[in-house]
Design a protein around this ligand. Structure first.
Ligand SMILES: O=C1C[C@@](O)(C(=O)O)C[C@@H](O)[C@@H]1O
Length: 150
């Protein structure tokens, strides 16, 4: 069975491409998910994608992944800065994760500097635009199978 990655995007990331494009760029979530699928297929992994504006739905999806998923990539959107419960869910299922932010959260409002996930993430990527998702997949590929990453 091929190794599997779950890509989770939180609140308002369904608006990528139209939402504050000077901060988040012009690529849509569909663009991100399509290219992530192509990239993971090329690497020989499987990818599931999930987006929700609801904290509880994100927690449910993380819990469902237990035992079926080797790595999570998560951009929790605004929940990054508020959600103890998403942190607890990721720790509860014991799936390693990479935290991605499209923007550089350290170069914005000071309250965006803190993440409830970062100290538990295998890696944190921010400020690379949507290329951050590509970088996360490449990094995970190397972790899951050192011969596959670039
Ligand atoms: O919704 C988002 C998107 C974000 O996670 C990012 O991808 O840069 C950064 C968050 O502060 C913000 O609330």
């Amino acid at each position: 069975m091929s190794k599997s990655i779950l890509l989770i995007n939180g609140p308002n990331l369904n608006l990528l491409g139209t939402r504050e494009p000077h901060i988040y760029g012009s690529a849509t979530l569909a663009d991100v998910e399509t290219s992530a699928k192509q990239q993971t297929e090329r690497l020989g992994f499987s990818l599931s994608t999930f987006q929700s504006n609801h904290e509880g739905h994100i927690i449910d999806r993380i819990q469902e992944a237990r035992g079926h998923c080797d790595f999570v990539i998560i951009n929790p959107g605004g929940l990054t800065h508020t959600s103890v419960a998403i942190r607890d869910a990721l720790l509860g299922v014991q799936i390693p994760f990479v935290e991605v932010h499209v923007s550089n959260i350290h170069a914005r409002e000071s309250w965006r500097n803190h993440s409830y996930l970062s100290d538990k993430a295998v890696a944190v990527i921010c400020g690379l635009g949507v290329f951050g998702y590509t970088a996360a997949i490449d990094f995970i590929a190397q972790k899951l199978d050192p011969q596959k990453g670039s």
